[in-house]
Write a protein of this length. Structure first.
Length: 238
């Protein structure tokens, strides 16, 4: 297998009280993806913490984390990410986005993101998705208030849920993104629901989210294999 150099773009920070147990979002992505992509080395860059983005050709591919920020905020670092994404795709560097990453990719390539009219999506939700095979119903962990409301011209919807119809986007160039969090665990989602329930998130939404963790089966390993093949396809050639 050809060695791959991937860079994780950190767009959000794990709450200080949860980080000692769960690690950072780049840590979570490594734990999720590395077993399916052993030939990859993972670097990271944190624009949300003020770090400069790398040159678009510095790595073989990129992954974008989630964030508490909205992709439509008018921050310099978010505008820089949109520009960076266009540069990376121009160089045919594959990009995989998660949650905020999914949204900022849509914004960068001509789509639109907004606060969802149907409110927060938190907990475990059943998605219908086509990821390297026929449409399957799969459970995934979610934690978001924004959604992609207009799909970019170069993208097609290959998955979604009743709550989030534009939940998985596949582009005609080397880009793939998901609204859900394949790197999360049930324990982390429950910790977030407990932490933010009753003030950031309505109490009933938080309680329903915790209940959903028992009712919806989630297995992120198949998607890890799909994403590994995505990076191999675009870096080694078809």
């Amino acid at each position: 297998m050809t060695a791959l150099s991937l860079c994780i773009i950190e767009n959000g920070l794990v709450p200080d009280d949860l980080k000692p147990h769960f690690g950072s979002y780049p840590d979570m992505i490594r734990r999720w993806l590395a077993p399916s992509l052993p030939e990859a080395s993972f670097a990271e860059c944190s624009p949300v913490a003020g770090e400069a983005l790398p040159a678009a050709d510095a790595y073989d591919g990129y992954l974008l984390t989630g964030s508490r920020h909205s992709s439509y905020e008018d921050g310099d670092w978010i505008r820089d990410i949109r520009q960076f994404l266009r540069q990376a795709i121009g160089l045919k560097r594959p990009v995989f986005g998660i949650c905020f990453g999914h949204q900022v990719m849509a914004d960068a390539f001509g789509g639109h993101t907004a606060k969802a009219e149907n409110g927060w999506g938190v907990g475990a939700q059943e998605y219908t998705a086509s990821l390297g095979g026929p449409h399957d119903k799969v459970g995934f962990f979610v934690f978001h208030q924004d959604q992609v409301t207009s799909v970019p011209p170069a993208a097609k919807v290959i998955g979604g849920s009743a709550h989030c119809p534009n939940g998985v986007l596949e582009y005609s160039f080397p880009a793939l993104s998901v609204q859900f969090h394949p790197e999360f665990t049930a324990e982390y989602v429950e910790a977030l629901a407990n932490k933010y329930g009753g003030h950031v998130i309505p109490s009933d939404t938080s309680q329903a989210a915790i209940a959903s963790l028992q009712n919806v089966t989630v297995d992120n390993t198949k998607l890890a294999s799909n994403v590994a093949e995505f990076f191999r396809k675009w870096t080694e050639g078809e």
